[in-house]
Ligand binder design. Structure first.
Ligand code: FES
Length: 74
């Protein structure tokens, strides 16, 4: 089974638990879910906000060729 999950965050969410600070992945690309592993830094800088992308299991980016009304964020 496959799922299409829309993520528009370009960085992590900072969460403080007691004295600890954790960064939860907001972009969906971390290989250390649910925690941020820094992958967002390489993707967010080079993505065009007007385009829609999907990422394969190896983290390779692909641009969607078709228009998906209601899915694009820009
Ligand atoms: S927010 Fe996803 S890797 Fe950092």
């Amino acid at each position: 089974m496959a799922r299409l999950v829309k993520r528009t965050a370009t960085g992590p969410y900072k969460v403080e638990v007691g004295a600890e600070t954790k960064f939860i992945c907001g972009c969906g690309l971390s290989k250390n879910q649910p925690f941020c592993d820094g992958t967002h830094k390489t993707t967010a800088r080079t993505e065009d906000a007007a385009k829609l992308f999907w990422y394969d299991v190896d983290g390779n980016r692909h641009e969607c060729a078709e228009d998906y009304p209601g899915i694009r964020s820009a």
